[in-house]
Design a protein around this ligand. Structure first.
Ligand code: MN
Length: 375
């Protein structure tokens, strides 16, 4: 029986993790769960999965939590550090995932990493700490799970490069002119993946793929120059690994996050996901295109930040979180997102050595600059 802690159980990844637990009650036991503010759903989840420890981030929602015998802790970090649980699913949004991930690593728990911003903002620190503590970080992001599987779970040698596939998001094929006046509601209609609001907007700007380049760089210890992106609108090939002999190994399946989530929980076993078997004749056609960096400047910005390293990804991530929230609230336009990020990068101090305190300081600075620009 594997004991699981889910940080962010009411979000898209959290709910799908609980689906897997529901499918395999003999394999998994949820010992801890947290949410931000969706207390109605959280109360139903507590009643069904009976965790021993919980945390609710929003204070008003916390008062409405029906504990069913669970203990309410004072922070995500304390939940990640409880004296139980072998693996922590980090499914919260944004940089809020960084401290609890560090807490989980410090307490010796493996990480099923669904919070990519943690590695984007503080990748150097998190990877180094995981190594020191002998903790495994298993990817949940579908692209990284595909690379993991296609590289013999990260053990393969002779890797020449990684190819991340991108669905292209809601605005694939559109021109700059067509996108000038789009609103959040248009971006939230994602063609192949059903995800949370933040990642769906990131997907529409292609920033999501940029964040994933940085995530892959840290997870697989490879330079950003060796990571490329191809638009693959069917979302059947989840990513590919190119070897030194120019052979390429990929992982294919219908797009469903329950597959990579489950593998992170059952590794090295690949057990039934109860998802349909891939029917290639039915899929019929897999297509590939170059990403359009002119129409989607966020991807180019992220590629540059990935290459530069240091605090560049931290600034980019902080400014992006603020800009995406403002776009979701209809306060700024689609192309204000890359503008704000670029301006924040140009204004922030970036030369200092990377420390955990520095990550929060620089992240905060980037957010303040971004908020000033939005006003
Ligand atoms: Mn992804």
């Amino acid at each position: 029986m594997k004991e699981i802690i889910i940080l962010g159980s009411t979000g898209s990844i959290g709910r799908q993790t609980l689906d897997i637990v529901r499918n395999y009650p003999d394999l998994f036991n949820v010992v801890g769960m947290s949410c931000n503010s969706n207390i109605e759903l959280f109360n139903r989840q507590i009643a069904e999965f009976k965790p021993e420890y919980v945390f609710v981030n929003d204070k008003d929602s916390r008062l409405k939590c029906e504990l069913c015998g669970a203990v309410m802790l004072e922070s995500s970090e304390s939940l990640a550090s409880i004296n139980k649980g072998q693996i922590v699913v980090t499914a919260m949004v944004g940089i809020s995932g960084l401290l609890p991930t560090i807490a989980a690593i410090n307490s010796g728990k493996d990480i099923a990493l669904a919070n990519k911003e943690t590695l984007v903002a503080g990748g150097e620190i998190v990877i180094k700490l995981a190594k020191e503590k002998g903790v495994n970080i298993y990817p949940v992001d579908s692209e990284h799970s595909a690379i993991w599987q296609s590289s013999n779970y990260g053990k393969a040698k002779d890797i020449k490069g990684l190819i991340l596939t991108a669905s292209g998001g809601a605005f694939r094929g559109k021109s700059k002119k067509e996108l000038e006046n789009v609103k959040a509601i248009d971006a939230l209609k994602h063609p192949t993946w059903n995800m949370g609001a933040k990642v769906t907007i990131d997907s529409a700007t292609l920033m999501n793929k940029g964040l994933e380049i940085i995530e892959a760089k840290h997870l697989f210890n490879i330079s950003a120059e060796k990571i490329s992106v191809v638009i693959h609108k069917q979302s059947i090939i989840h990513s590919l690994v190119t070897y030194n002999d120019n052979s390429v190994i990929a992982e294919l399946s219908y797009p469903d996050m329950r597959l990579p989530i489950q593998l992170a929980l059952t590794y090295p076993s690949k057990i039934d996901t109860k998802l349909p078997e891939l029917d290639l004749a039915e899929v019929a056609k897999l297509t590939f295109e170059k990403p359009d960096l002119n129409t989607f400047p966020c991807l180019g910005i992220a590629m540059e930040c990935a290459k530069k390293g240091g605090y560049y990804p931290t600034i980019m991530n902080g400014a992006n979180e603020i800009a995406v929230q403002a776009f979701l609230n209809d306060k700024i336009g689609f192309y204000d997102i890359p503008d704000i990020i670029e301006k924040a990068i140009n204004k922030c101090e970036t030369q200092k050595p990377v420390t955990l305190d520095g990550v929060f300081e620089i992240d905060n600075m980037a957010r303040i600059i971004a908020m000033d620009l939005i006003k």
